[in-house]
Design a protein. Structure first.
Length: 415
């Protein structure tokens, strides 16, 4: 039996024990896992250094290397994420609805674990910990398949977390990692109906589309982030500049960073040149439409392909529009229903934008960088869903549960 099927079967077997785990048992396990990551950080950093050297040798981009790199402060933040999950309410067992029927049946709708969750993701070791913590807190087992670029880091992290589980009430086999770096291991996971209950892909557009298009196991789609900021005619210049800069340069490698800046023509005539200089001072390459390029002499021409690209880098498209309708039309065409922002002092325009733009998160006068489980108060997130079924936006603990109806009767039969 293959590694993928073997480990999925072990996770499936462990699901029954996880389903019975109490909140206290799950929290104790997460705290021990957090402690293990801190105590074992030397092992993690040594493994991560191997991944970083391999990445540099293979020509991995600077933005991807930034996602991959670990240091003591990042490991502390990852461990703190587990501790924050401990502090969050356990959704499992929550009664969502109570129905009393005329025939005497008493019906309750309860939150329950989904079961076995498969995670397919790229070079972000923090996702390994976030996914494990969220899945275990919600009584699920998890099969992790990270990217080959983070293989050594993930091995070290998962080994430490599994060792921590050995001294808890949770089954060690609830946490599995696929070490086979060949794409065939992902393809096999996508077809494991009966062993995996759901697959969550997290990464670039090509990875997500491969999973969505080829999986027979149900998928929760986390989308690529082609996010926009629209600076309206009445935007406050300093606010608009600060929001746009934050959305692009605070951490350009992540999915909620801005890829295209849309600017109202009237605002652009007065303020776009100075805003562009602020981006240039932060080493951002600008690719502008024809109108924008007349105001930014050093901008490169933007193409249709550019507008449809998630850069994850210090590259920004700039397009001038005549009104809100043109801005929203551009977002409809090129957006990925992730995060979109309007900067304006016109309440009617803000209201229209928030109501009409179809995205998981829409902002008025705030950076798209806030689309994040921590920032929303959910604790660590397992991903940001851009689909519309079951879960949408940052996926915290409730998104990793399903529901079960419990019905109490006194001998009723249906006529």
């Amino acid at each position: 039996m293959s590694e993928v099927r073997t480990k999925a079967a072990l996770a499936k077997e462990a699901a029954a024990a996880m389903n019975k785990a109490t909140t206290e048992q799950k929290n104790e396990a997460l705290l021990r896992m957090a402690d293990a990551l801190i105590e074992g950080q030397a092992v993690i950093l040594e493994a991560n250094e191997k991944d970083m050297k391999n990445g540099a040798a293979n020509g991995t981009s600077a933005s991807l290397l930034d996602r991959l790199k670990l240091n003591p402060s990042r490991i502390e933040a990852i461990a703190e994420g587990l501790r924050q999950v401990v502090d969050l309410p356990d959704p499992v067992g929550t009664v969502l609805e109570t129905i009393d029927r005329p025939n005497g049946l008493h019906i309750e709708k309860h939150r329950v674990p989904i079961g076995v969750i498969g995670m397919v993701y790229e070079a972000r070791p923090n996702v390994t910990v976030d996914a494990a913590g969220l899945c275990l807190k919600t009584g699920n087992t998890v099969v992790l398949r990270g990217g080959s670029a983070a293989l050594e880091s993930n091995r070290a992290i998962v080994r430490l977390m599994r060792e921590a589980l050995e001294s808890t009430a949770l089954p060690v086999e609830a946490l599995q990692m696929i070490e086979d770096a060949n794409r065939s291991s992902v393809d096999e996971m996508l077809k494991l109906n009966g062993l995996l209950d759901v697959i969550i892909p997290r990464g670039g557009a090509s990875l997500i589309q491969n999973v969505v298009q080829n999986a027979t196991v149900p998928v929760i789609e986390t989308g690529a982030g082609i996010c926009h900021t629209y600076v309206d005619e009445t935007a406050v210049p300093r606010m608009a500049e600060e929001i746009a800069l934050n959305a692009k340069v605070q951490r350009p490698s992540v999915c909620n960073s801005m890829e295209t800046l849309l600017v109202h023509a009237s605002y652009a005539e007065k303020h776009l040149a100075s805003m562009a200089e602020a981006f240039r001072a932060r080493d951002v390459e600008i690719r502008g439409c024809e109108r924008a390029s007349r105001l930014i002499s050093w901008a490169k021409p933007a193409t249709e392909k550019d507008y449809a690209t998630e850069y994850g880098d210090y590259i920004l498209n700039v397009k001038i529009v005549d009104d809100l309708d043109q801005a929203m039309a551009h977002i409809r065409r090129f957006g990925t229903m992730h995060s979109e922002c309007i900067v304006t002092e016109t309440s009617a325009n803000a209201d229209r934008f928030l109501a009409e733009v179809d995205a998981a998160a829409v902002y008025h006068n705030a950076s798209t960088r806030f689309t994040d489980g921590f920032e929303f108060g959910f604790g660590a997130e397992i991903g940001i869903s851009t689909q519309k079924l079951h879960a949408r936006g940052p996926m915290g603990l409730p998104a990793l549960t399903s529901t079960k109806y419990r019905i109490q009767g006194s001998g009723q039969v249906r006529g």
